[in-house]
Write a protein that binds this ligand. Structure first.
Ligand SMILES: Cc1cc2nc3c(=O)[nH]c(=O)nc-3n(C[C@H](O)[C@H](O)[C@H](O)COP(=O)(O)OP(=O)(O)OC[C@H]3O[C@@H](n4cnc5c(N)ncnc54)[C@H](O)[C@@H]3O)c2cc1C
Length: 457
């Protein structure tokens, strides 16, 4: 950068790149420890993959991360500290399952009307949960069967271990719902690590007593907004970092017309985003190669608003699991009052890939036709429509999170957390607990902050 182009210059003990929950949490801990900190954020807002917009009547609409659940203690503690409250997700009435051309209604966690399929499903979940418990969370590559589990995809395991086609469909839907990828994309070892990281599969897929249990009254981005408000002018927006240099004296971060020098830096973003930055000297080979090997999932999150949650009167929960629709998973996302009624739908994995670049009117028409098929004619005429295509966000490149295809944990696992000189790594992808979730992001920020504070003293 030509020095004449620099308009803003900052000096701090620590520079943090990325004002998602991970980066902001790290900044909060570092500031509380009495160290100076500057956060550089590429977007014109904080929150990263949490993003809350307001409907015309002021109802908060979460277009990114939204739910929290049991055992997510760090986000719970943070919310308490920030004075933010949650309410339970609507989870009453019958769910709809559309599978192999048939429509069923059911209650409970296992979506099947056939008792034999239900039994085979329970057996598979049990087996996967037991395997997951054998993956050490801090070092998944040291699991006894790591080499074999990381050499295969979930698809491969499913084809050799699951006979019943209905159970295979269900596992495919679980992979889409939890990772927004297809079973053929995902290392079995990563799948098992992730399950263990959240506790177990039931915890991951359940609403009540699971990861989808509660939502924030004011929307999930409020967590980031409140932390950023407290940090004030230490958070720099519209500052996309393009180049990071380090030497014996410190770190120098170039973000367009902003320059920050610091003792240490935390990169608080998914590895694939860190891979888009230039480094001087270049990153160690293994770290750079890791950033080439952790793609993001593909998800479109859609919400339709109605005057009331009319499906409730028909005894429906709003939850649909369909194997034949691009909008394969829906929930009732209404506020506690039930007004407006809000249906939330996801297009994940292949469906996300197919529809992310489509013409908006065609995509919207597809969503409304599908909701009409699920819930009747009233679903075709929403009063408002929101969608967020995460794969088209330059500074997210997809969601829910970065994942590991086969071979990555066993070849590069140790590089996920290892600092490179003065550079430290945060982001939900680095968390051994609730990896991929807001909880994981917060924990990763705390861990990286502790790492840096120890290095500074
Ligand atoms: C549709 C969707 C639904 C989800 N639902 C849930 C849910 O219900 N519950 C849950 O717990 N989790 C959910 N998640 C996941 C959750 O949102 C993420 O795990 C979490 O927000 C990640 O936080 P982070 O700080 O690690 O990363 P991010 O939020 O991605 O933050 C990284 C930040 O770095 C910035 N950045 C990137 N590159 C640069 C650069 N070069 N210079 C400066 N800044 C840069 C980005 O703009 C961003 O602000 C969902 C995610 C999506 C996409």
């Amino acid at each position: 950068m030509d020095p004449a182009d620099i308009i803003e210059e900052h000096v701090a003990d620590v520079a943090i790149i990325g004002a998602g929950l991970a980066g902001l949490m790290a900044a909060r801990v570092i500031a509380a420890a009495g160290r100076s900190v500057v956060v550089l954020e590429a977007r014109g807002r904080v929150g990263g993959k949490t993003y809350t917009r307001l409907a015309a009547d002021g109802t908060p609409i979460d277009l990114g991360g939204q739910w929290i659940g049991p055992t997510q203690d760090h986000i719970e503690a943070l919310a308490l500290d920030l004075g933010l409250k949650t309410f339970p997700t609507y989870d009453t009435g019958e769910n709809i399952e559309i599978r192999q051309g048939e429509r069923h209604q059911y209650t409970g966690a296992i979506p099947t009307a056939d008792p034999q399929v239900a039994m085979a499903t329970v057996e598979m979940l049990l087996e996967l949960n037991l395997m997951a418990q054998q993956v050490p969370l801090a070092t998944p590559w040291t699991a006894h069967d790591a080499a074999s589990w990381d050499a295969q995809t979930v698809q491969h395991w499913m084809e050799s271990h699951v006979q019943d086609s209905a159970v295979r469909i269900l596992l495919t839907q679980v992979v889409r719902a939890v990772f927004s990828v297809e079973p053929r994309d995902l290392s079995l070892l990563h799948f098992l690590f992730y399950v263990h990281s959240a506790g177990n599969l039931n915890q991951l897929v359940s609403v009540t007593r699971g990861a989808q249990e509660r939502r924030f009254y004011e929307g999930a981005q409020t967590l980031a907004n409140r932390i950023a408000d407290a940090l004030g002018d230490r958070v720099l927006l519209d500052a996309p970092v393009r180049m990071i240099s380090q030497d014996d004296m410190g770190v120098r971060i170039d973000a367009g017309d902003t320059l920050v020098t610091a003792q240490r830096a935390i990169l608080a973003m998914a590895p694939t985003l860190a891979g888009r930055i230039r480094y001087h000297p270049p990153l160690p080979a293994r770290r750079d190669q890791l950033t080439q090997r952790m793609p993001m999932g593909t998800v479109i999150k859609v919400q339709c608003l109605y005057p009331t949650a009319f499906w409730r009167a028909a005894g429906l929960s709003g939850q649909v699991l369909s194997d034949e629709d691009a909008l394969g998973l829906t929930f009732d996302n209404s506020p506690p009052s039930g007004q407006p009624g809000i249906l939330l739908g996801f297009m994940e994995g292949d469906a996300g890939r197919q529809w992310s670049d489509s013409d908006p009117a065609t995509r919207r028409a597809l969503v409304l036709t599908t909701l009409e098929k699920f819930f009747g004619p009233a679903a075709a005429i929403p009063t408002e429509y929101f969608e967020q295509i995460w794969a088209r966000e330059e500074f997210s490149r997809g969601g829910y999170a970065g994942f590991m295809p086969p071979g990555v944990w066993t070849s590069f696992g140790a590089d996920l957390l290892t600092p490179c000189g003065r550079l430290h790594w945060a982001g939900t992808e680095t968390s051994p607990i609730w990896n991929g979730y807001m909880e994981g992001a917060i924990r990763s920020g705390e861990r990286a902050a502790d790492e840096v504070l120890a290095a500074l003293t």
